[in-house]
Write a protein that binds this ligand. Structure first.
Ligand code: ATP
Length: 274
């Protein structure tokens, strides 16, 4: 038996390739990566290819190394050994454009900055250390796209979780990145707004690859194209058809599929990690 959750096909996404038609043009390639902190290895033997227009779900138990993997891709964490290679049209390049939505608990909500400034800060200032008229226009357009135009002048500390998430998502995508990396975006919002988030991600995925770290296995499996399970090593799955026992094996604990509202969810039974 196979566990399968397909991306829902809607009219608006009919131009998207289905999971099986994912481009095989590499965008980011990790080769034999070892990475750790203070000489202590956290991830070992990591091989991973992220393709253009990929939608990679990164899952795994707490402390397994998901965020460390993301930091390595972003260049925020230098590996002890191994290589990270970026590609454009099949050729290695020094870097690709990356947009990043950090974990909710990493955001300083009291930082005195407006919604407009947050989105604008996703763009690079010119040589003269100023933003151009075109960049200001792009910011206004992005605020409209994110439904935040009426909140432009609000300090970020006064926003709801969902509004803050949209501001930071706008910041992450305003530079039209080749890949958007989201670390636990579900923690900004409750279940009601999750559908809205995934609709936005589906739209973004037409232009950019997406790497999504999440503990919410149900939503991940329903929306991504490929899966990386990270727990010291990385186990890659090229689609969302998971052989029975794959998740249990990777998480080292029993996992159940339950119905919940309109969306199926996988929940972890009470368990101990080894
Ligand atoms: N700055 C750091 N200094 C030392 N150890 C760290 C640091 N950041 C992470 N670690 C350790 O590295 C391991 C992997 O952490 P990481 O945050 O990458 O895991 P994760 O899978 O993202 O966890 P979670 O699901 O809880 O967010 C953990 O044992 C953690 O304690």
């Amino acid at each position: 038996m196979k566990i399968e959750m397909k991306r829902e096909q809607t009219e608006s996404c009919s131009s998207l390739p289905s999971g099986g038609d994912l481009s095989k043009e590499p965008l980011i390639q990790l080769n034999r990566i070892q990475v750790g902190y203070d000489g202590k290895q956290v991830l070992r033997d990591i091989d991973l290819t992220v393709y253009t227009h990929d939608f990679l779900g990164v899952i795994g138990p707490n402390g397994g190394g998901k965020t460390t993997l993301i930091k390595t891709i972003l260049g925020l964490k230098k590996p002890m050994s191994g290589t990270v290679t970026f590609f454009r049209e099949g050729r290695p390049v020094p870097s690709v454009r990356m947009g990043y939505l950090p974990q909710y608990n990493k955001i300083d909500k009291n930082f005195p900055i407006s919604v407009y400034e947050v989105v604008l800060s996703g763009l690079r200032k010119s040589f003269w250390k100023r933003y151009s008229k075109a960049q200001h226009q792009a910011t206004r357009n992005m605020l409209c796209r994110m439904g935040l135009d009426t909140l432009a002048d609000r300090p970020i500390g006064s926003l709801s979780g969902g509004q803050l998430q949209r501001a930071l998502l706008g910041r992450a995508i305003i530079s039209q990145p080749d890949v958007v990396i989201l670390d636990e975006p579900n923690t900004y919002i409750d279940k009601r707004f999750e559908t809205q988030l995934y609709q936005q991600l589906e739209e973004i995925n037409r232009e950019s690859a997406i790497i999504l770290v999440s503990h919410d296995l149900g939503s991940v499996l329903q929306n991504v194209r490929t899966i990386a399970c990270v727990n010291e090593t990385l186990d890659y799955h090229p689609d969302t058809e998971l052989p029975e026992g794959w998740l249990e094996d990777k998480f080292n604990c029993p996992i159940d599929l339950v119905g919940h509202g309109n969306y199926p969810h996988r929940v972890l039974k009470c368990h101990k990690h080894s």
